[in-house]
Design a protein around this ligand. Structure first.
Ligand code: PMP
Length: 309
């Protein structure tokens, strides 16, 4: 098919892409009771490698906890299946989407005896917001939609149902001519993007909303914090960022497994810094790509190599 992939792993089996089907009365479809991940495999100089795969798998299982969901497969099987999909489809560099959800049995809101279904798909996926976005940055809109508070839905679990909020914010932005949104939390402080964490640079120091600001505990966020600290930056990762601070920031950027490190050059009508990718953003973005694309020997512990033979 168009994506050059033909196989999906589903509940322990490799099935043809077009046969990876579910019943229309699936619990997860009706109530958003699923959890998922988004990771990338990069074609490094030492062969294809999943970046921070262990953390993604951990988060997948952790995301199940509030929903009392049990994945009927060990993490090792999820890892082996993912490696097999990459190897057998010769996907040297790709996006990886594992998902687990309550399946079809009964349609009460209580999942009762609904089975947990699990699937993994991998496909080539270029830069999430475009090549130009990586170089020149994007213009974003502060959404009129607020993010769920963690007291309403646990925002540190990557739950399918949460993403209608991301969709509302993102589509509102795109209707207004912006490729992406910034979403405030219930208190009115900056939370994150629809599928990205947000960073701010001011006077050479780095700020990112803390975990109590109703954000996803992003793995790229953690990577970028680590890379920044290694380069001597002071990183304030447990702060509130007010909406007003966005306007006066020297630099802003998004991070995410899909979005990688994407500069933000404008928020609503306000130009950020000099309206281009800022120097700190550029340094950290370069460090990120050098790392994930395997041009350094740093953080070998973050790479899960896929043996392609
Ligand atoms: N926030 C939200 C709401 C997201 O969907 C994502 C993407 N998973 C992120 C932040 C970034 O997280 P990560 O770096 O782990 O991909």
């Amino acid at each position: 098919d168009e994506m050059d992939v033909d196989t999906i792993w589903m509940d322990g089996e490799y099935v043809d892409w077009d046969d990876a089907q579910i019943h229309v009365l699936t619990h997860g479809l009706h109530y958003g009771s699923g959890v998922f991940e988004g990771a990338r495999c990069y074609d490094t100089e030492n062969g294809p490698a999943l970046f921070r795969w262990e953390e993604h798998v951990d988060r997948l299982y952790e995301s199940c906890k509030p929903y009392d969901m049990e994945i009927d497969h060990e993490p090792e099987e999820i890892t082996e299946a993912t490696k097999t999909l990459i190897r057998e489809q010769d996907l040297r560099s790709c996006y990886v989407r594992p998902i687990a959800f309550y399946g079809y049995k009964s349609l009460g809101v209580s999942p009762g005896d609904c089975p947990t279904r699990t699937a993994i798909a991998c496909w080539p996926w270029g830069t999430y917001l475009g090549e130009d976005a990586l170089e020149n940055g994007i213009e974003v809109m502060v959404s009129s939609w607020r993010k769920h508070a963690s007291s309403q839905i646990p925002t540190n679990a990557k739950t399918t149902g949460l993403y209608v909020n991301s969709m509302l914010a993102g589509e509102e932005a795109r209707r207004n001519g912006y490729p992406e949104a910034i979403v405030l939390n219930k208190e009115g402080n900056v939370a994150e993007g629809p599928g990205e964490n947000l960073f701010m640079v001011n006077d050479g120091e780095i700020y990112t909303p803390g975990l109590s600001e109703s954000i996803l505990d992003g793995i790229t966020r953690d990577t970028v914090i680590t890379l920044a600290e290694e380069r001597g930056y002071e990183v304030h990762d447990n702060v509130s960022v007010s909406r007003g601070e966005l306007n006066t920031a020297d630099e802003l950027f998004f991070t995410g497994s899909a979005a990688e490190v994407t500069p933000i050059r404008k928020v609503d009508n306000v130009t950020i810094g000099n309206g281009t990718r800022g120097p700190v953003t550029e340094e950290l973005q370069q460090a990120y790509f050098d790392l994930v694309e395997g041009r350094t020997d740093d953080h070998e512990e973050w790479f899960t190599y896929v043996d392609m033979d």
